[in-house]
Ligand binder design. Structure first.
Ligand SMILES: Nc1nc2c([nH]c(=O)n2[C@H]2C[C@H](O)[C@@H](COP(=O)(O)OP(=O)(O)OP(=O)(O)O)O2)c(=O)[nH]1
Ligand SMILES: [Mg+2]
Length: 343
């Protein structure tokens, strides 16, 4: 008989707040022990992800899930993952890496999702328990109904690992050329337009130029501006400065897909979690030319902060392109940088 592991650790603290619960309800849920669950984002070589439908009579029934199940007493998450994937979908894990950890309180249950990316496996994935299963292109994941706790998993899968932030540029043309060079040289998929020296009108003009450029058609463009301006510009992604983040009392109605924010402290990270941001940047990791005189967080503190944040975290500040591997071992989603890629 499987005995699920109940977590009472620091993971309790970083839970995403469930929607529309009374204060009393939330505090009761927060004291509840977390059920430790190992789940897998299984990818094939074509960029498809394997989904299974939860049986109607189970918790979160009828919704699509990343296969997995409860970690049993005495098991590591990796062992539980391997066992569950064999039992549920008949595959044997060959290679996996941690993707993200999410504590979440449902009204009736609290779970701690320990999510791995499985990049290599043996066997043919199938529904061994009669459940409906499907290989789904990553670009179509957003059209599937998942349990509410899964939102950060989707963000972690959909967002690229590397974010290029533009330095302040003299002209829109110089900015375009810089982006083109960096994207071409480093095979980047994600760009944040950050140009603090521009007025909103000038910024909007630069954005339209970028949006219409052929090279940006297949890339994710994030605008570092207000939500109102990003909506006006029909942006797919907006990035809030820490000042804008801390000034918000609730998640503004952003009409695009990804709402991110700059964080430098635990308080700002807490606010990003409370506002249900889709990702955060955490900086400065090291000393940087762009923010001289700012005390860096350092790798140890950053590691702690990442482990307490149930959102995809992109580390930023004085990093080199080769630091990506280290960033991943810390549990962060990836890295954001100007100088590492802008030449
Ligand atoms: N496997 C999986 N579980 C998820 C996801 N999202 C999510 O909220 N959960 C929740 C639903 C359940 O409360 C819990 C997982 O339990 P489970 O039903 O998969 O556990 P299990 O495979 O060990 O099944 P059982 O023996 O308890 O029947 O985590 C997800 O993407 N995958
Ligand atoms: Mg399961």
């Amino acid at each position: 008989m499987a005995v699920p592991v109940l977590l009472t650790t620091a993971s309790q603290k970083k839970c995403l707040n469930p929607d529309a619960r009374s204060i009393e309800g939330v505090s009761q849920e927060r004291n509840r022990k977390l059920i430790h669950v190992a789940a897998a984002v299984i990818e094939d070589a074509k960029g498809n992800v394997f989904l299974a439908k939860r049986p109607d009579d189970k918790h979160q029934g009828g919704l699509w899930e990343f296969p997995g199940g409860k970690v049993e007493s005495g098991e590591s998450s990796e062992t539980a993952l391997a066992r569950e994937l064999d039992e549920e979908i008949g595959i044997q894990v060959v290679q996996s890496e941690p993707l993200i950890q999410i504590p979440y309180h449902y009204p009736d249950k609290s779970v701690f999702l320990d999510v791995f990316r499985v990049t290599e496996f043996a066997g043919k994935a199938r529904g061994r328990e009669g459940q409906e299963v499907r290989w789904v292109p990553i670009s179509e994941l957003d059209s599937y109904a998942f349990p509410a706790a899964n939102k950060p998993i989707l963000n972690a899968v959909l967002l690229p690992e590397r974010l290029l932030i533009t330095p302040s540029c003299e002209t829109a043309l110089a900015c375009l050329q810089g982006i083109e060079t960096a994207l071409g040289k480093h095979d980047l998929q994600w760009v944040m337009l950050r140009q603090k020296q521009l007025t909103a009108t000038q910024f909007a003009r630069w954005v339209v130029t970028l949006q219409n450029h052929k090279m940006m058609q297949s890339k994710l463009l994030t605008l570092n501006c207000s939500v109102a301006l990003a909506n006006e510009l029909q942006a797919e992604s907006v990035h809030l400065s820490s000042e804008r983040l801390m000034a918000l009392s609730h998640r503004e109605v952003f009409t695009g897909r990804f709402l991110g924010a700059s964080c430098h402290t635990q308080e700002e990270l807490n606010q990003a979690v409370a506002l249900q941001c889709d990702y955060v940047t955490l900086s400065p990791l090291n000393n940087t030319d762009t923010h001289p005189g700012t005390e860096p967080l350092g790798w140890e503190a950053a590691k702690m902060m990442v482990s307490e944040t149930p959102l995809p975290v992109f580390l930023l500040g004085g990093m080199k392109a080769v630091d990506l591997a280290l960033v991943r071992t810390l549990g962060a989603q990836g890295m954001a940088a100007i100088n590492a890629w802008w030449t």
